[in-house]
Design a protein around this ligand. Structure first.
Ligand code: FAD
Ligand code: NAD
Length: 475
């Protein structure tokens, strides 16, 4: 006999576990099936984000930032220290401790919300039956529910002739767990993971080379931001080679030999380690029985409508396994929206105001449209900008790099996009998200009192500059 639930969530990442908690809050008898096993061999709900994504990468970014500042920046403050060293094992253990705390926290949240947690692999059958193969022992359990949410996440894309081996040629999982600082690190793909994890190992002393196929750097960001960011990263020692196609890679005598082609023809590079991060794809392996009624799109994502309904009645899908940006906060908000829709409540996600953040130094954050997108769409817009070099708090904190750039509708002044390169951009962007969510204008932000001295004054000045009345820069 199958155990009956109101809702079963397959996948316990930030999409799935958040959906399960919201559903339980709404009074649904809820189960969450997740197969992630932690480094210690124990169940570790939280998905890619908590285990091998957002959180561990930020832990290492933080450790490496302290080390880098100690070596390069503290001298200007009059602080000196002899014999600085990085103990990679301690740094990795700290990161693992944070991951363990958070995945343990999810287990506690499941208990507190009376969510039945199954550690195993779920397979959706016809009629919203879910077959769970338990990780411990392989026993099979049958569950069924009125509604099922699929939140199976994503996995790294592999490129031809470059095989992951988990030691020399790695994905994000391997690059979060190197046991020493590689003298040289090759990175295929100068996207978000390449920049974040490339920064980690670069700050710790690796010579990092990023091999990017596209001719432009970070085209997803506004061009003014990506141009300045490229300059900053170059100063930090990241060697970013655009227009570079990797043909193959092979491990020989503990080194990785990479064959590539660029505008100068074919050549070869040798690295101690190679990180491949050329994007991620939806993960649905073993998830769907042929009778499940759920269809996939041509690129392997689970097909959903605007409100995350799949092609099977009562089956929903959220997060990285469906369309839209592969971001943890997008997955979580979709999960909350679906739980509320199931409860008959109104719910929606405004995809235009999902913020993006790249946690490099300086950080990159944006919301809404880029200038290129507005141009392409033929929208009449105005721009305002403000450099952090003219912001007192940024100078006091030793963070003069970067700018805030605001785009507003030429006629209505509604904010259409904000792009920030600078310290704490990840936090500064929230004000802009709120303003856009309320359909605010640059005038609205210009009239709000911003505390002094704060980095947020740069947002204020950029808003003033849209109307060419910034105070601390020429207009
Ligand atoms: P996932 O987090 O991938 O979770 C899916 C879960 O489902 C996994 O535990 C998986 O094991 C499980 N699962 C899959 N199939 C089954 C099955 N059949 N049965 C049972 N369980 C199953 N995003 C941000 O917003 N900010 C960041 O800073 C950020 N940093 C990142 C850094 C790295 C290195 C990486 C790789 C990603 C990062 N991301 C970041 C992206 C973020 O991790 C994902 O967008 C997010 O985890 C997606 O959530 P999800 O719930 O859809 O899927
Ligand atoms: P990405 O899409 O950010 O970057 C991949 C890069 O690889 C692109 O610049 C692409 O042009 C390049 N590329 C593709 N094929 C290539 C090839 N054959 N040779 C050389 N370059 C190639 O993907 P990612 O860095 O792997 O990250 C995956 C996703 O995870 C991100 O898109 C993002 O959604 C999520 N993520 C988010 C954060 C964050 O929010 N801070 C951090 C890490 C990851």
């Amino acid at each position: 006999m199958a155990e009956k639930f109101d809702l079963i969530v397959i996948g316990g990442g930030p999409g799935g576990y958040v959906a399960a908690i919201r559903a339980a809050q709404l009074g649904f008898k809820t189960a969450c099936v997740d197969m992630f096993t932690g480094k210690d061999g124990k169940p570790a709900p939280g998905g890619t984000c908590l285990n091998v994504g957002c959180i561990p990468s930020k832990a290492l970014l933080d450790s490496s930032k302290h080390y880098h500042h100690l070596q390069h920046d503290y001298g200007a403050h009059g602080i000196s220290m002899k014999d600085t060293a990085i103990d990679v094992a301690t740094m990795i253990a700290r990161k693992d401790g944070i991951v363990k705390k958070l995945t343990g926290g999810v287990t506690q949240l499941f208990k507190g919300n009376k969510i039945a947690y199954y550690h195993g692999k779920g397979r959706l059958m016809a009629g919203r039956q879910v077959q769970v193969t338990l990780s411990d022992g392989g026993e099979i359990q049958q569950l069924e529910a009125d509604n099922v949410i699929l939140a199976s996440g994503s996995v790294p894309i592999q490129i031809p002739n470059v095989e992951f081996d988990g030691k020399y040629i790695v994905d994000n999982v391997g690059a979060l767990d190197f046991d020493s600082v590689p003298a040289t690190l090759g990175v295929i793909g100068a996207g978000v993971i390449g920049l974040e994890l490339g920064s980690v190992w670069n700050r710790l002393g690796s010579e990092v080379t990023l091999l990017e196929a596209l001719p432009d750097f970070l085209p997803i960001a506004d061009r003014d931001v990506s141009k300045q960011a490229a300059r900053e990263f170059k100063k930090q020692g990241l060697d970013i080679r655009l227009g570079t196609l990797v043909k193959s890679a092979a491990v020989k005598k503990n080194k990785v030999i990479v064959n590539l082609e660029d505008k100068n023809g074919e050549s070869q590079l040798t690295f101690d380690r190679l990180l491949v991060c050329v994007g991620r794809k939806a993960y649905t392996e073993g998830l769907l029985d042929e009778d499940s009624g759920v269809q996939l799109t041509a690129n392997g994502q689970i097909q959903v409508d605007d409100q995350s309904r799949t092609t099977a009645p009562g089956v929903w899908a959220i997060g990285d396994c469906v369309r839209g940006p592969m971001l943890a906060h997008k997955a979580s908000e979709e999960g909350i929206a679906v739980a509320e829709l199931i409860a008959g409540k109104p719910a929606h996600i405004h995809f235009d105001t999902v913020p993006w953040v790249v946690y490099t130094e300086p950080e990159i954050a944006w919301v809404g449209k880029t200038e290129q997108e507005l141009k392409d769409a033929g929208v009449d817009y105005k721009t305002g900008s403000f450099p952090f070099a003219a912001n007192g708090r940024a100078l006091a904190g030793g963070n003069p790099a970067g700018l805030v750039k605001m785009l507003a509708d030429a006629e209505t002044d509604e904010i259409l996009g904000v792009h920030i390169l600078g310290a704490n951009a990840s936090e500064l962007i929230s004000e802009c998200v709120v303003a856009m969510e309320f359909q605010g204008s640059s005038e609205d932000l210009a009239r709000i009192v911003h505390a002094h001295p704060t980095l947020s004054e740069a947002v204020h000045e950029a808003a003033l500059h849209v109307d060419k009345r910034a105070i601390h820069r020429g207009n």
